[in-house]
Write a protein that binds this ligand. Structure first.
Ligand code: SAM
Length: 230
């Protein structure tokens, strides 16, 4: 799968994708990440991507022209309005639909994803209305830029791509995949500072362990995320 990132801070992504699953997936050819500096589509000496909001108000907004030009250069077919179901433009936005594990699964079925990272007080609304296929928020809080959100989305989608996480079961038996949280887990030592691992997990009875884990996952979901059971 191909990811494109449109940002005024391409250097931001040098760290997050150099480690772990995303880096290994890129090395194995399961995904590629293409960074695009939005300022390459500006035409003034200051390379400005922002301007004052109509109607007044705090701060600056990202102008539509460099963003439209960038997307139409990366995917020229967008210029004549042609859409391809296997390629999506997503605008990162606190006002977007909430990004969830099921959104990650949807996006993992695409060939290409282009993520637009906002900055300042946000992005001219015409980008959401006439360019982006979707507007996604990673949670109910306001970040200073879309880059962190884009990194979250790429990480969550990447680990669902075929062959990226070695053990397929570890991506289907996870939190949110079955509508509840994953069960709590323990590793060695069996007794750490007097806190003992539940006896049943050391007994080797697989049916009993499966049932115990199912109940433990439900109990933890009820305690931590009752909204998921409602
Ligand atoms: N004025 C905007 C509002 O209240 O909705 C917030 C703008 S925020 C300071 C700047 C940029 O950060 C946004 O354009 C968006 O790209 C990104 N951003 C902020 N919060 C986000 C969130 N929860 N999810 C995804 N992106 C977010």
């Amino acid at each position: 799968m191909k990811f494109h990132l449109l940002t005024i801070f391409p250097g931001f992504f040098e760290g997050p994708f150099r480690h772990g699953v995303v880096s290994r997936a890129a090395d194995a050819g399961a995904l590629s990440i293409h960074l695009h500096d939005l300022r390459d589509w500006t035409h003034d000496v200051h390379r400005s991507v922002d301007d004052r909001p109509f109607g007044g108000g705090e701060g600056m907004l990202m102008k539509p022209a460099p963003i439209f030009d960038a997307v139409e250069t990366i995917w020229p077919e967008r210029k004549d309005g042609t859409r391809n179901d296997r390629k999506k433009v997503i605008l990162l936005s606190a006002q977007g639909r909430k990004f969830t594990q099921s959104t990650a699964r949807e996006l993992a079925g695409l060939d290409e994803l282009l993520l637009i990272c906002g900055r300042y007080e946000g992005v001219d609304e015409r980008v959401a209305e006439h360019l982006a296929d979707d507007e996604l928020s990673i949670g109910d809080y306001v970040l200073s830029g879309g880059e962190l959100g884009a990194a979250v989305i790429i990480d969550a989608v990447a680990r669902l791509l075929p062959g990226v996480v070695g053990n397929h079961d570890s991506t289907v038996n996870e939190s949110f995949e079955n509508g509840i949280l994953d069960c709590p887990q323990w590793t060695r030592p069996a007794d750490f500072r007097g806190w003992k691992v539940p006896e049943v997990l050391m007994g080797g009875n697989h049916a009993e362990i499966r049932e115990w884990r199912r109940r433990a996952a439900l109990e933890k979901t009820g305690r931590m995320r009752p909204d998921l059971l409602a």
